[in-house]
Design a protein. Structure first.
Length: 143
């Protein structure tokens, strides 16, 4: 089973000074199922965060550097990019009605539906993904 990583995991893996870098690295080295996957939403989120001075301060990258960072990840043999799976819209529609999604919850619901429809395990630091029934989910916690 592939692991679909949320940006809450890709960012600390990409930024050695990030507060969750060591935990994300331990996941990468000891707990990850292969392949480790990006989807369009997680790739764009990583690009957004890597170029944000608000998030990375002086370590923020310019656009070309961020694109190269993403390309570097995608060149790693155990990392892949997944296209949208069949069944995603049906899952998302069902969850949106049952959970009355609002604001920022839509992106989480999309990622949960993407993972479920792809047969992936979703990996994140965010516990909110536990609310999606039938989702294979690994929450990374910091000791």
């Amino acid at each position: 089973m592939a692991d679909l990583l949320d940006v809450s995991v890709w960012l600390p893996l990409s930024a050695p000074d990030h507060v969750h870098h060591l935990r994300a690295r331990r996941y990468w080295e000891e707990e990850a199922d292969e392949p480790l996957a990006f989807c369009r939403v997680t790739a764009l989120a990583l690009l957004r965060f890597l170029t944000s001075p608000r998030i990375l301060g002086d370590a923020a990258l310019d656009g070309a550097q961020a694109w190269r960072a993403l390309a570097t990840w995608l060149a790693v043999p155990r990392v892949t990019f997944l296209g949208e799976p069949a069944g995603l819209d049906e899952l998302l529609a069902g969850w949106s009605g049952a959970m009355d999604l609002r604001g920022g919850q839509w992106t989480d619901a999309y990622l949960a539906a993407f993972a479920a429809a792809s047969g992936c395990r979703l990996v994140a630091f965010d516990s909110d993904f536990r609310r999606y029934p039938g989702l294979e989910f690994l929450q990374l916690t910091v000791e």
